[in-house]
Design a protein around this ligand. Structure first.
Ligand code: FAD
Length: 302
């Protein structure tokens, strides 16, 4: 396992801005994330300091170089989960490795859409869950299903094996995008991957079964949603970060209710603009620096 003083999830304007501050303050900074959507052929006309239009691609490339100039390391890795680790530190699992950090800044952009399953909201807290480490325990030894098509869903399904051997994945009608090595692990664990859509959920008052478009009715006690990539909302669930809908709650310094966890940019809601994300990233970086200096043993260095 590798370690960082400050681990930033997200390589968009918010994450890179935070990295510029933490790395420049001498904190060992690791940024995990791919190019954000804005790093394409989009004209940016309203960002301070550019009298001519700049493309999103150029702006982001400059931001990355600036963060790297101060020593930030940027890796193209997908974060699958963030958990509380030992001694108040955080444990971060990605598609390529595992990390341990003293401060975490969540800057993953706006959370993705929830699946469109009829009646889904009615079963939230009554069988439908977004967090294996929070709710897996309630389904010990019972049949469960993970809804999702990719690596995130595969990882959640494997995590569920700690509670029950009876796990399935349903891609909700999408083609499976689970990488082959994970496919093999799922097969070894006897986890079936079903590519049918979900027609309906059943049970009163709690979830007891799903009806699939291929005609099957499968009895389940829990349905865990894990669509696409893990998002800030998923990390908030496992860490206990307060949310308002899909957005994370912070104070004016971008501190969440969990010590050592900060959030910035679109994932906190409000005015979803580059200038705001950059400003919030700076505040989150400053708060993380103060936290590392005051509260992490050895400044968060291992
Ligand atoms: P994002 O830019 O969304 O970056 C999120 C980062 O998190 C990415 O690096 C992503 O890879 C990473 N990430 C997400 N999940 C994971 C995971 N599980 N593991 C690892 N990394 C993860 N704003 C303006 O001010 N002016 C404009 O002209 C403008 N035009 C826009 C045009 C388009 C097409 C779009 C989509 C947005 C536009 N915006 C514009 C809005 C602006 O892009 C956002 O407000 C800004 O990018 C938010 O920055 P962010 O860092 O919070 O999130």
């Amino acid at each position: 396992m590798q370690d960082a003083q400050c681990l930033i999830i997200g390589a968009g304007p918010a994450g890179l801005s935070a990295a510029i501050y933490t790395a420049r303050a001498g904190m060992r900074t690791l940024v995990l994330g791919s190019d954000p959507k804005i790093a394409g052929d989009y004209d940016i006309d309203n960002y301070f300091g550019f009298e001519d239009t700049i493309s999103g691609r150029d702006l982001m490339a400059r931001g990355r170089l600036q963060a790297q100039r101060f020593g930030a390391e940027i890796r193209q890795e997908k974060v699958l989960g963030v958990h509380h680790g030992d001694n108040g530190r955080f444990h971060v699992k990605t598609d390529q490795g595992e990390y341990d950090a003293c401060a975490v800044i969540l800057a993953t952009g706006a959370a993705r859409n929830r699946p469109k399953i009829k009646g889904l909201a009615d079963y939230e807290g009554k069988g439908v869950s977004y967090c294996v480490s929070c709710d897996g325990f309630f389904h010990r030894g019972k049949p469960v299903m993970v809804a999702g098509e990719g690596l995130f869903a595969a990882n959640q399904a494997l995590e569920l094996l700690a509670y029950t051997p009876d796990v399935r994945i349903c891609t909700l009608g999408k083609p499976s995008a689970i990488p082959p090595e994970y496919g093999e692990r799922l097969a070894r664990a006897g986890i079936e991957v079903i590519e049918a859509a979900v027609e309906s959920l059943e049970g009163d008052p709690g979830l007891t079964a799903v009806r699939l478009a291929d005609g099957r009715r499968i009895e389940i006690s829990g349905l865990f949603i894990a669509m696409g990539e893990a998002s800030s909302t998923d990390f908030a669930y496992t860490l206990g970060v307060a949310r308002s809908g899909i957005f994370l709650e912070t104070d004016r310094d971008m501190k969440t209710n969990i010590e050592g966890v900060f959030a910035a940019g679109d994932c906190t809601g409000g005015f979803l603009q580059i200038a705001v994300a950059v400003g919030e990233g700076a505040l989150a970086g400053r708060s993380a620096i103060a936290w590392l200096k005051s509260s992490c043993p050895g400044g968060g260095k291992r």
